[in-house]
Design a binder for this molecule. Sequence first.
Ligand SMILES: [Mn+2]
Length: 302
Amino acid sequence: MRQIDALKSPRFTQVSTFGRLPLLQDLHDVKAFFVGIPFDDATTYRPGARFGPMGIRQGSRLLRPYNQFLDVYTFDELNACDVGDINVIPGYLMDTMKVIEEGMVELIKGGSTPFIAGGDHSITLPVLRAMNKVHGKVNLVHFDSHYDFWDTYWGKKYTHGSWLRRALEENLLGKVVQVGIRGSTFSKDDLQDRDKLGVKSFTIRDVKRDPEGVMKEINSLEGKTYVSFDIDSVDPAFAPATGTPEVGGLTSFEVVEMVRGFKVNMVGFDVVEVAPSYDVSEITSMLAANLIYEAMSVKAKR
Ligand SMILES: [Mn+2]
């Protein structure tokens, strides 16, 4: 009898959703929602980010309703839910990009704000296409250790390291601010490309020396702004579970504080490149879940 009662309990079905939120697909009256995009066929080194949504949901189970630093009951204020995952097609990048774009347009056209768990960083391009269809041009705040505007990898245009160049070529974006850039690059030309593309990049040195200056630049963005957070912007000591780690990065405290300090008009937020099979005691998944929670809290305050 006890087992039957457990199966009837709504709590039983909610344990695997983000923040134990209800699993809903009707977004009427929902101000913000969590969605997974479990696709990683565009990675260039370690695979595994397709399990990011699963890991981040697992890492979110200790999130509590009240955010004491932002003074908000985040989930209640947003009437938030988890809508499940987008049905990507493993092995078929171009088809999957269409599925993501169409799925995201459906989800956001009523005005709800998406909080997205990737997936590798290639998922951000179709998300930005959807953003552009619904909102017009959006600014981009891009946390990453990599520029992600390379033209091609192995002669191919669509990878997790080239999505930003494609988004700029497709004229989807307003201003772009990058935060946390470091590591070796392929060539000195990359730096010239950065200037040609008109991207404002803060390297890890810039952030460590003047974090307030970086926040000022982010918060000066006017109009609708999308935030894409590659977990590899964080130091591998705090976030080891990722596909292309770079040493000498941001701490978990620094990134949580930066997200808490956002004043931008945020129309979407993603955390990508979490690959849970390389994790240690769930530290990366828990950080990713907390970053989404903090970003949701900022949204809830507006
Ligand atoms: Mn990266």
